[in-house]
Design a protein. Structure first.
Length: 121
């Protein structure tokens, strides 16, 4: 793809995302608090002079709803799961070590990586 074609594709995708045709677009930034005086705002866009320009992130409401459903599904007690023995074997650890890591504090989890490089927690 040429640079011109890539530019046109990106502009088209941005236009479609911001148009709302794909659903409601939601800004993922937290509300500004406390309110800033005008002297600490950029003239160009009215945002804080301390906020990095172009750093705002957006998502569609549909995407956020699907993510919330995934989290709710994963938190149910009957959610599909990997048996502990199989998880330990795939991580290259033994079951007792895996259970000890899961019961311990997350602060020390980085110190105890499985042979495959993943943290046991």
């Amino acid at each position: 793809m040429s640079p011109e074609e890539a530019r046109e594709l990106l502009l088209g995708l941005a236009e479609e995302a911001l148009s709302g045709r794909s659903g409601e677009v939601v800004c993922l930034e937290a509300p500004e608090w406390p309110p800033l005086p005008a002297s600490l705002r950029r003239e160009l866009d009215g945002r804080s002079i301390y906020a990095r320009p172009g750093a705002a992130r957006y998502a569609t409401a549909a995407q956020l709803t699907l993510e919330e459903q995934l989290v709710a599904h994963a938190q149910t007690q009957a959610a599909p799961h990997l048996p502990g023995e199989l998880a330990a074997r795939r991580l290259g650890a033994d079951l007792a070590q895996l259970r000890a890591e899961l019961a311990g504090s997350a602060q020390h989890a980085r110190e105890h990586a499985a042979p495959r490089g993943l943290r046991l927690d």
